[in-house]
Design a binder for this molecule. Structure first.
Ligand SMILES: Cc1ncc(COP(=O)(O)O)c(C=O)c1O
Length: 365
């Protein structure tokens, strides 16, 4: 009998072996999706029109991102060599970290924050330094300043932050950039539209500032995977060495100008979310659920020890929300994306039923 072949599977790098698997709950989401901070309604109808006109040639050719980068740069008031389109902000983060982080470097990030900073930093040989926010989850400005060392290579700030919804001020960002001139300051403005304040106008003038933007949130194009990095041409040149020239696909490139041009749609959706956010805050206050002030399209809430049952009950009633209990300092906390007023009225009524069923009596008042 032939001898059994011994199978050998090559092991991943030690850094990768030490990483936890990140598996966001993406299955069965044909319901009210208040779990991933997406646009809960639709993208601009102008984008649908572009998609309907996609030709065979558009699909057979490799995508050319240059001309669309020029359009986006002009829209942002920047030069084309200051902007790179990416396959979502996730690719932007990955490329930025791969380009700049070496062994011995430190990545500073306030926590809790967006999960993928830690994921991509963990793949590099740099060390992650997490700066825990206080219980109010406000941006830990002073602590972050104190944590800057000569080894600090990147400081990653989501502004507004997720899952807290808190923000760093423009003055704070300028001060951090000034106090860490040897480091890159990444300001991830994924939720910028719901806040209205940006530092993208300082790109180029502040030499270590790099800003990221996404089309996954307000624009409603999460499925197309479109993001961008804006920074000084000198830094962008390094990153273009690492960035795949093909990672932004033809459909995304074709749709982008239409999405940018339909400002009326974007303004309408953002206005709707901001109105819904105020209404939903009132609903949370009435239910006595503690919440954190938010400048984004989501609200972090304190549900307490029965958080997992709460999320399950909401889901069973057709409203998906996100348990953030495993985020640092977030035990018992659930993040609820804000959609339209109509959707949030439905969410409030389902939430009240879930709270009553679980006998969670809010005591935030
Ligand atoms: C702060 C932040 N940045 C980036 C992203 C991801 O953006 P994209 O879909 O463009 O990869 C998210 C998604 O939730 C986020 O919360």
């Amino acid at each position: 009998m032939a001898e059994a072949v011994k199978m050998i599977y090559p092991a991943a790098r030690l850094r990768v072996q030490a990483m936890k698997e990140y598996r966001p709950p993406l299955g069965c989401r044909d319901t009210l999706r208040l779990d991933f901070n997406e646009n809960t309604l639709a993208c601009s109808p102008k984008v649908r029109e572009v998609l309907a006109r996609v030709s065979t040639g558009d699909l057979t050719r490799y995508p050319e991102r240059g001309p669309v980068e020029a359009v986006v740069a002009a829209h942002l008031g920047l030069n084309a060599d200051q902007v790179a389109l990416t396959n979502g902000v996730d690719e932007a983060i990955h490329v930025l970290f791969e380009t700049f982080l070496e062994a011995g470097d430190e990545l500073l990030m306030p926590v809790p924050t967006y999960t993928m900073y830690e994921v991509y930093a963990s793949v590099t040989d740099a060390q992650v330094i997490a700066i825990q926010a206080a219980d109010d989850l406000q941006f830990p400005f002073e602590r972050l300043l104190r944590a800057i060392t000569p080894q600090t290579k990147i400081i990653a700030i989501a502004n507004p932050n997720s899952p807290s919804g808190s923000v760093a001020t423009r003055a704070q960002i300028v001060e951090i950039a000034h106090r860490a001139p040897h480091a890159i300051l990444l300001v991830d403005e994924a939720y910028f539209h719901f806040h209205g304040e940006t530092v993208i106008d300082m790109v180029g003038a502040v030499p270590n500032l790099i800003v990221a933007r996404t089309f996954s949130k307000a624009y409603g194009l999460a499925g197309l995977r479109l993001g961008l990095l804006a920074g000084p041409a000198e830094s962008m040149r390094w990153m273009r060495r690492v960035l795949s020239p093909y990672s932004v696909n033809s459909l995304a490139l074709a749709c982008l100008p239409a999405a940018l041009n339909d400002e009326a749609y974007l303004d309408w959706y953002v206005g709707e979310v901001i109105a819904a956010r105020t209404e939903f805050e009132i609903a949370l206050d009435r239910a006595g659920v503690r919440r954190w002030p938010s400048c984004a399209n989501f609200i972090l809430t304190e549900i307490g020890p029965r958080h997992a049952e709460f999320v399950r009950l909401m889901s069973a009633a057709g409203v998906l929300v996100r348990d953030r209990s495993s985020d640092p300092g977030c035990d018992g906390r659930v993040r609820i994306t804000v959609g339209t007023r109509e959707q949030m009225r439905q969410a409030a009524s389902v939430m009240n039923e879930a709270l009553a069923a679980l006998k969670i009596k809010g005591d935030a008042q």
